[in-house]
Design a protein around this ligand. Structure first.
Ligand code: ADP
Length: 320
């Protein structure tokens, strides 16, 4: 296909976010429903910016699952890869940023529908249409979804898609930190494009520095592009031929949830139109400026999906 398609694989769930910030989960007077799940956020980010995107994953055959599927469709995301589990429920997460600055999580996943996606349920025709196949790590934690994830990667690669990986560490979901690190790095070599945050870079390399030599420990000859996001400081990029950094935009930050997903969505939506930025530093820097703008806008409003920008919002910030 001339315009290309991003297929984003993984979990979609509902985050319950306290109506009041800076409280523990037990102290929260009430919660707001916020649709989330990094791979779903990325899919919606691509579509909202005008790119073609499909989401591949499993939801519960319950009201939350149907609500999430409707959110995908309403945002222009192809949901033909979504399946519904008759028995298990849609995943739920309770998330708060406490007054001490620590994030507190509680999950309903015992197991949730997303964890029960099987290889047999994968829409292989859809995967084969992908120009970019994007995924995270949460779907690697348990079977049968783990096997489905690995199979989907294999099929996408065979069909000639670029593989894009955002490990999106959610440490409380893993049995241990050591296992998280091992599993995340076990699929490192398959990817063409990897985006990590500075926090993930530290976690994966075991140092508290974002120096180039630390990032280079995560470099592989099979990679085409490694990105490290640095919050309000923008991002760093590494390819075989060149590396550097691109500053972000000054905005009034309200809630950073989804900024990384907006950044990835902006990047992938452009890559399916034109892959030459992977070899051309000037083009790549322009693209990353756009991705930074999309990340920055996402921090100016509460929640992930409600704050993902459309193209005109992104253009406005870039021209300011
Ligand atoms: P993640 O959500 O994965 O932790 P970051 O918080 O680093 O990722 O944000 C992703 C991108 O969004 C950054 O690289 C940057 O371009 C942009 N961004 C995030 N926070 C801000 C901010 N406060 N001001 C401007 N840009 C931001």
């Amino acid at each position: 296909d001339a315009t290309g398609l991003v297929v984003s694989f993984g979990e979609m769930l509902i985050d319950f976010v306290p109506t009041v910030s800076g409280v523990s989960l037990a102290e929260a007077p009430g919660f707001l429903k916020a649709p989330g799940g990094a791979p779903a956020n990325v899919a919606i980010a691509v579509a909202r910016l005008g790119g073609r995107c499909a989401f591949l994953g499993k939801l519960g055959d319950d009201e939350f699952g149907r609500m999430l599927a409707a959110i995908l469709r309403d945002n222009g995301v192809d949901d033909s890869g979504v399946t519904f589990d008759a028995g298990a429920r849609t995943a739920l997460a309770f998330v708060t940023l406490r007054a001490d600055g620590e994030r507190e999580f509680m999950f309903y996943r015992n197991p949730s529908a997303d964890m029960l996606l099987t290889e047999a349920e994968l829409n292989l025709d859809l995967i084969r249409k992908a120009k970019v196949f994007h995924y995270g790590s949460i779907s690697l934690i348990t079977e049968p979804c783990r096997s489905a994830h690995l199979k989907a990667m294999e099929v996408a690669k065979e069909a000639g898609a670029l593989l894009s990986y955002d490990p999106n560490l959610r440490l409380p979901l893993w049995p241990s930190a050591a296992e998280a690190r091992e599993q995340i790095l076990s699929i490192w070599d398959a990817a063409d494009i990897i985006k990590v945050s500075d926090v993930e870079l530290e976690f994966l390399t075991g140092t508290d520095s974002v120096e180039d030599e630390v990032a280079m420990r995560l470099w592989r000859p099979s990679l085409k592009l490694l990105l490290v996001t640095l919050g309000d400081k923008g991002c760093k990029y590494y390819t075989k031929e060149f590396h550097g950094s691109v500053e972000s935009f000054t905005v009034k930050q309200v809630d950073t949830t989804g900024a990384g997903d907006a950044f990835v969505g902006a990047l992938l939506g452009k890559i399916i139109e034109d892959q030459s930025a992977l070899q051309d530093e000037k083009k790549l820097r322009e693209l990353l400026r756009f991705a930074n703008a999309c990340g920055a806008i996402t921090t100016t409003k509460k929640g992930a999906i409600p704050s993902l920008p459309n193209l005109s919002e992104a253009m406005q910030l870039m021209e300011r």
